[in-house]
Design a protein around this ligand. Structure first.
Ligand code: ZN
Length: 287
């Protein structure tokens, strides 16, 4: 099986410039991930890229198979994940082009499976011939998400941005909505009034599923627009979001690569994520 150490869940704009990228198809007990994994190397570290929405961007946020994505990454050896994503700014000072590395998250999604430990038998095998999931059934497992992001990964992300003269917002709350529609003005004003910083559609359940597998997860959010409650114009349009993201992806790529290179060594991790499953019996064999 191919091996990687670091996973990056983000668009194809991040890996299409790498030399020697190997495409690997991975199946999981939860079905297919969003796409193949694309394995490459950055700064001597083996990285598995996964286009979150699939190549060609055909999967809306609520249709992404988040469980398959995280399981697939762990199955090739990934221990640390970076999840860059586009967001709306909830404060006037967080305009387009702002890079914010959140330290908190609020879940306002509605329809997403957000656990591996749901007591359902895993697909993929019989007792005679176990497959990847072996047909085993998970126990009830409660994992802490008080601090949803890896503190070590956050440090690497912030340092990488500063190293490229892009002063990031260090900390803040990402509120994740169901989508695919954008917020109403009232919802957006409420999110801002709660003190939350940016709004996105994919940050949950990525963070909790990574934590449930004992993986480090770090979110890097790029503001593409001011959300409806923070601006005075027509509201967010999808075209504007794509335009701003495309204009910034060339700027974000080197920051992301530096963050990858600056992540802690995977051997001997001692952050809270690495201890997420200490003393817990999940009942299923993790990949
Ligand atoms: Zn960690």
């Amino acid at each position: 099986m191919a091996n990687a150490e670091i996973g990056v869940i983000g668009g194809s704009g991040f890996y299409s410039f790498l030399e020697d990228v190997t495409e690997v198809e991975v199946d999981t007990p939860y079905g297919k991930p969003s796409d193949s994994l694309f394995l490459g190397e950055i700064g001597g570290r083996k990285v598995a890229f996964l286009p979150r929405h699939g190549r060609g961007h055909h999967l809306p946020p609520h249709r992404i198979n988040y469980r398959a994505n995280l399981w697939a990454l762990r199955s090739v050896g990934v221990t640390q994940v970076l999840g860059p994503c586009a967001v709306g700014g909830l404060r006037a000072e967080y305009g387009p082009g702002t890079l914010l590395v959140p330290d908190q998250m609020v879940d306002r999604t509605k329809s997403r499976t957000q656990t591996f430990y749901d007591g359902e038998p895993l697909a993929g095998g019989t007792s005679q011939a176990p497959g990847p999931g072996g047909g085993s059934v998970s126990n009830v497992v409660h994992v802490s998400l008080a601090d949803p992001y890896c503190p070590e990964g956050r440090k690497a992300a912030v340092a990488a941005a500063r190293g490229r003269a892009w002063e990031p917002v260090d900390g803040g709350t990402l509120v994740v909505i169901e989508g695919p529609r954008f917020s109403t003005r009232a919802e957006s004003q409420w999110h801002a009034a709660m003190g939350w910083s940016v709004v996105g559609m994919t940050g949950h359940p990525e963070a909790i599923l990574a934590r449930e597998l004992g993986l480090c997860y770090t979110s890097m959010t790029l503001v593409t627009d001011l959300d409806a409650g923070a601006e005075t114009g027509e509201g967010v349009s999808h075209v504007d979001v794509l335009k701003v993201f495309a204009a910034n992806v060339d700027r974000l790529r080197p920051v992301l690569f530096d963050a990858v290179a600056g992540l802690q060594a995977s051997a001997g991790r001692d952050c809270l994520c690495s201890h997420a499953l200490d003393g817990l019996d999940t009942g299923i064999q993790l990949p």
